[in-house]
Design a protein around this ligand. Structure first.
Ligand code: NDP
Ligand code: 8X3
Length: 253
């Protein structure tokens, strides 16, 4: 796969950054979006030079519909024919029972993981339908198929990602446009640091005693999914560390 045009949300760290790095190395053009872009801009300049590709980086909060509208109205024509959208921006906040949960944490998760993904999809799928070509790759989670206590709202947002992916696939069934939902288990990124509001020690404990997946492991799977023949649509991928069997069934040494 080469010379494709790919949008990645949440490209500043973790899975999104690993995807950007891998797709760049393979010779694809990237439109990278996240709120923090300083470090990303430096990488982008390096990738452009090293791999002869175009990498555009914009600061964007996917919760802000007006900002997305403005971005798409001002994008260079180069981005009119986007091949792949990786809806990766997302987060978990907190680990509490519903009656103890922080309402602003809920709003942030719902606005980012569900509404942000919908907003981005609305703009990009319109363009893909006009060209009759494209692939939407959503980053769901095993938390979207099995709910666990203290994480109910996060799990509900990822269940929504599953149903949005399934529903969009149905709505696009008479087109060549593909929809994939990637459902990872434990991936060691900034995810737990964000979940625990910067409590790094607590975040580190999540990955102690188990070899978690890396962002690169997920990027390699996404690359495989994106590189299939036009008639092959991988609908879902569920991937966990070998010592994980469900969100709560985890063997730690
Ligand atoms: P990271 O925290 O490392 O990365 C999250 C990315 O999302 C960052 O680039 C962040 O960028 C971006 N982001 C968050 N909020 C917004 C926003 N409002 N607008 C734009 N970008 C935003 O975590 P991961 O890489 O692990 O997470 C990526 C996805 O993978 C998420 O959807 C997560 O739910 C999912 N996932 C993660 C798993 C794990 O165990 N790590 C397992 C299963 C799924 P910035 O802050 O710069 O905006
Ligand atoms: C992240 C995986 O199991 O920590 O989506 O919720 S889990």
């Amino acid at each position: 796969m080469k010379n494709e045009k790919i949008i990645i949300t949440g490209a500043s760290s973790g899975i999104g950054f690993s995807c950007a790095s891998l797709f760049a190395e393979k010779g694809n053009n990237l439109l990278l979006l996240s709120r923090n872009i300083e470090k990303l801009k430096k990488e982008a300049a390096k990738w452009e030079k090293d791999f002869g590709i175009r990498v555009d980086v914009y600061s964007l909060d996917v919760r802000d519909y007006q900002a997305i509208d403005k971005l798409f109205s001002q994008l260079p024509d180069f981005w009119n024919d986007v091949d792949i959208l990786i809806n990766n921006a997302g987060l978990a906040l907190g680990l509490e029972k519903i009656w103890e949960g922080d309402r602003t944490d809920w709003d942030t998760m719902i606005d980012t993981n569900i509404k942000g993904l919908l907003y981005m999809s609305r703009f990009v799928v319109q363009k893909m339908r006009a060209r009759n070509k494209g692939h939407i790759i959503n980053i769901g989670s095993i938390a979207g198929t099995q709910v666990y206590e203290n994480g109910v709202v996060y799990c509900a947002t990822k269940a929504a990602v599953k149903f949005i992916s399934d529903g969009l696939r149905i709505e696009l069934v008479d087109t060549p446009i593909k929809v994939t939902n990637i459902q990872p288990g434990l991936v060691e990124t900034n995810f737990s640091i964000v979940r625990f509001h910067n409590d790094i020690k607590r975040a580190e404990k999540v990955y102690q005693g188990i070899e978690a997946l890396s962002g690169n492991d997920i990027a390699e799977i996404i690359y495989f999914v994106a590189d299939t023949k036009p008639h092959v649509q991988i609908a879902e991928v569920t991937v966990m560390p070998t010592n994980q069997a469900s969100p709560i069934s985890i063997y730690k040494k």
